[in-house]
Design a protein around this ligand. Structure first.
Ligand code: ZN
Length: 340
């Protein structure tokens, strides 16, 4: 991709340091005050592992291919070493093979809890609310709850957080209200996402490079992926300052995959260098912005910052400049070019 190295330079060297400066400008009432802290909560979707589902080819023993078991262990080790809070959102159907729950897959969830991390509900089968409607979605949430609740109860815990698959939260205000009431009745709060990204596209490309033993491409992907994530963080932090006047404690969506396992230490180190502090989802959501109503009823999902901006009637200019993944990554991943 022509121009790519320049883009990396612009995003990392020139734009990122301006977040703190913008924050300072946005709070001009207190000229001597230090800029507000930059905070971020990391969330991982599609546990126990994004590429693990009832159709994953079975290994000779157990139900978790050794490569996935090793990747999952690497991710947990990376999170533990980085000392960041994190929550993983579970699709309980990923625990099944021929309808039977697999102990080695359930053990992957216990490993998250053993690492001191949280687990939330992401439906059993990763169902699309906007496609199936409220009753079917509720059924799938309860199916996941039936697995997650007893698993957490063994440790004196309860599930509190629900993440909508594809961030699709309802096509009508009525559907959204029904979901909110249902979730509330079952002790759940909706876990929003303010920093969306296409890590799953990069991860699909990385999986292909792993399959082929192509270490040069693996290295190239890792090297470009972290700057891409930083550009996404930077983009949404600038948007929150524009909309709210301060840097929002962000909630970032990543997936449980090999690429994140192999880049998490670098990503965390780069964010810390930029002044970010890692907080839990609960801590991030104490910011009053998260009390804003979500009236977004499009068929697709998007960042909650964009939802709040749409509710205020912001023009297209507000949203412009969202970073995209390079074409070579999309091509290698084998996903449609318009996936982003
Ligand atoms: Zn998901």
């Amino acid at each position: 991709m022509k121009g790519w190295p320049h883009l990396v330079c612009v995003a990392l060297v020139c734009l990122l340091p301006t977040v703190a400066a913008m924050a300072q400008n946005a709070t001009v009432a207190k000229p001597a005050a230090t800029p507000p802290a930059l905070r971020i909560a990391i969330t991982f979707d599609d546990l126990p592992w994004a590429s693990l589902d009832p159709n994953t080819p079975l290994p000779a023993h157990g139900s978790v291919p050794p490569r996935i078991a090793a990747e999952s262990a690497r991710l947990l080790q990376a999170i533990k070493q980085a000392k960041t809070p994190a929550i993983g959102f579970v699709n309980s159907a990923r625990l099944l093979v021929h309808g039977q729950q697999q102990p080695d897959r359930v053990a992957m969830l216990h490993a998250w809890l053993d690492a001191g991390l949280e687990l939330g509900n992401h439906t059993a089968t990763h169902v699309d609310l906007n496609a199936v409607g409220v009753p079917a979605d509720e059924k799938d949430i309860l199916a996941c709850d039936a697995v997650l609740r007893p698993l957490l109860a063994k440790r004196g815990l309860k599930p509190h957080w629900f993440r909508h698959p594809y961030l699709r939260t309802g096509r009508t205000l009525e559907a959204k209200a029904a979901m909110k009431t249902f979730l509330n009745d079952h002790g759940y709060r909706i876990a929003p996402v303010t920093i969306t990204d296409s890590d799953w596209i990069w991860a699909a490309a990385y999986a292909k490079a792993l399959d082929r033993g192509d270490t040069a491409t693996q290295t190239k992907l890792r090297a470009q992926y972290v700057p891409y994530l930083l550009r996404m963080v930077n983009y949404f932090q600038h948007r929150s300052i524009k909309l709210l006047g301060y840097p929002l404690p962000q909630v970032m969506l990543l997936h449980a995959n090999a690429l994140n396992a192999d880049t998490y230490p670098d990503f965390v180190a780069a964010l810390r260098q930029r002044g970010y502090r890692f907080v839990s989802l609960e801590q991030a959501m104490q910011d009053p912005a998260y009390q804003r109503p979500d009236t977004f009823t499009s068929a697709l999902g998007t960042s909650w910052i964009h939802r709040w901006a749409m509710a205020e009637g912001r023009s297209w200019k507000f949203y412009s400049g969202e970073p995209t993944s390079p074409k070579w990554v999309i091509d290698l991943a084998g996903v449609p070019a318009n996936s982003e």
